[in-house]
Ligand binder design. Structure first.
Ligand code: CP
Length: 334
């Protein structure tokens, strides 16, 4: 495996094989599988789970990691092309990234969306520019438009819980959030559930429809797997018989990159905070999923998050296990 960038690069059968390997590595640890191997971790955006789970995954397989992030004692990093570097930044990513990559056998890169230009973010322009600078295998640890490690973990989590793939009813819901958040998690999650063969409904208020390219990619995945993809702003209709509600927030495409306009646009939407009333018509054991971090009392109530519906800790632990499978495939030579 040369890169792990997008679940769309894999068939549903190949994804199931990765999840089978993740389960095997959990049941029968292989503490020498990646002995002597090094994973470089470049975090241009913050993290708790991704950072800790990749470090833990490599340690459990006998390898090691090192981390580089802008808030460490490194020289300021410049990313603009054609710039005269007479400001604070003393190093350009054109040198820094290949140097960092050269110290490892593979590199994980995280770079969130800049949220200035929708077309740039949809094209994953910054992440593509970064990966073009490395000649080792690489892993997308969340880019502007993708979060494949989270989606692989979420696929496994649903399998662990016995949530059916084909015909399972999955709701991806927008929630209120003080920040206009990126599209990476909703785009990756929608595609993942569609590729898993589920009947997926995107529940969002008017003005928060996902871009056509994201919806179309999910519809194509659904067409290969027997799933369906629909969207609505009708909460009761979406939640009818649902087995999973996966909650996230994202920017309105109408004011993309304009936080002030976004703030005004969503003033009346504070009730998009998941509480028990959302589950009135759902399956009795409908699960609450979220990639974390989550804002209590803003996105979801304490009662849901602390209750039996919530599977957020299992999702986070599965990050480590599926990343072990990806690293094993990428670096063990087997
Ligand atoms: N879900 C996730 O990627 O968490 P972090 O941002 O903490 O890595």
């Amino acid at each position: 495996m040369d890169c792990f960038n997008d679940l769309a690069d894999f068939s549903a059968a190949e994804i199931r094989e990765l999840i089978t390997l993740a389960r095997r590595l959990d049941d029968k640890p292989e503490p020498r599988a990646l002995e002597g191997k090094v994973l470089s971790l470049l975090f241009l955006s913050p993290s708790l789970r991704t950072l800790a789970s990749f470090q833990s995954a490599m340690i459990r397989l006998g390898g090691g990691t090192f981390v580089i992030a802008p808030n460490m004692s490194i020289h300021g990093l410049e990313s603009r092309s054609g710039i005269v570097m007479d400001g604070v930044a003393a190093e350009h990513i054109h040198e820094a990234v290949p140097v960092i990559a050269s110290y490892g056998d593979a590199i994980g890169i995280r770079a969130f969306a800049k949220r200035e230009n929708l077309d740039d973010d949809l094209a994953d322009r910054e992440f593509r520019e970064l990966t073009a600078l490395v000649d080792t295998p690489y892993i997308n640890m969340e880019s502007a438009i993708n979060h494949p490690c989270q989606s692989l973990a979420d696929w496994k989590t649903m399998g662990d819980l016995g949530i059916p793939a084909n015909g399972g009813k999955f709701v991806l819901s927008w929630s209120w959030h003080p920040q206009p958040l990126p599209l990476a998690v909703p785009a990756a999650t929608l595609h993942m559930a569609a590729l898993r063969g589920m009947d997926v409904t995107v529940l969002r208020p008017e003005g928060f429809a996902l871009p056509d390219t994201i919806m179309e990619k999910a519809r194509q995945a659904a067409a290969t797997s027997g799933g369906t993809v629909t969207e609505t702003d009708d909460r009761a209709a979406a939640m009818q018989d649902s087995q999973v509600i996966y909650v996230n927030s994202w920017s309105s495409m109408q004011q993309y990159g304009n936080k002030h306009a976004q703030d005004k646009f969503k003033l009346e939407l504070r009730d998009w905070c998941v509480d028990e009333s959302w589950f009135d018509k759902a399956a009795s054991d409908c699960r609450f999923m979220h990639c974390l971090p989550v804002r209590r009392g803003v996105t979801v109530t304490d009662r849901i998050l602390d209750g039996s519906r919530s599977v957020v800790i299992a999702e986070a632990r599965n990050r480590m296990l599926v990343q072990m499978a990806v690293l094993h495939r990428m670096l063990s030579g087997s």
